[in-house]
Design a protein around this ligand. Structure first.
Ligand code: FES
Length: 101
């Protein structure tokens, strides 16, 4: 049995744009960076800001509230982040994007 679960349709996620969803009640955001899919936790570790309402900059997402930047490969966050965000392994099956929580 696969432990990858449905997160979005391929058509939901476009280059440089942030798509927010819930996967098993967990807030998740997805984007494409240079054609590579990224899926990550949609909650800033500083004070809970919604990262999918932020901005993609190079390989990071900037929180819309106080400007912490999170690397979307490693999850590492800059000040004032209190720690990394989760980043999720992704898989495309047909027109579905699945992630491993
Ligand atoms: S809530 Fe994200 S930087 Fe403060």
């Amino acid at each position: 049995m696969s432990d990858f679960v449905f997160a979005a349709r391929v058509s939901d996620v476009t280059e440089g744009q942030l798509f927010a969803t819930l996967v098993d009640d967990i807030p998740v955001a997805l984007t494409l960076i240079g054609g590579e899919l990224r899926a990550f936790g949609d909650v800033c570790t500083h004070d809970g800001g919604p990262l999918a309402e932020g901005t993609v900059m190079d390989t990071c997402v900037m929180c819309p509230r106080h400007g912490a930047c999170f690397d979307l490969k490693t999850g590492h966050g800059t000040f004032p982040a209190a720690g990394p965000i989760p980043v999720y392994e992704t898989r495309i099956e047909g027109d579905e994007i699945k992630i491993r929580l």
